[in-house]
Write a protein that binds this ligand. Structure first.
Ligand SMILES: [Zn+2]
Length: 69
């Protein structure tokens, strides 16, 4: 994995706030769950297409989060 340098977030919400505050400089970034670090990173959406398990987990988490709200 090449994500050791990335900022690690404990929750998806923290990662999404990081994006919303514009720290990503207007780039199209998304929060994703890292199976290596058991935490959330932010990155470009494209890698998901190359990593189906992560994409599924992301969708599941999104459903769970919506039902909590
Ligand atoms: Zn990671």
């Amino acid at each position: 994995m090449k994500c050791n340098w990335k900022v690690a977030f404990r929750t998806k919400r923290e990662a999404e706030e990081f994006i919303e505050y514009g720290v990503t400089d207007g780039q199209n970034m998304v929060a994703y769950l890292c199976s290596v670090h058991k935490c959330w990173h932010i990155g470009h959406p494209k890698p998901y297409e190359e990593n189906p398990p992560n994409r599924v987990q992301l969708l599941i988490d999104e459903l769970n989060q919506n039902s909590e709200d």
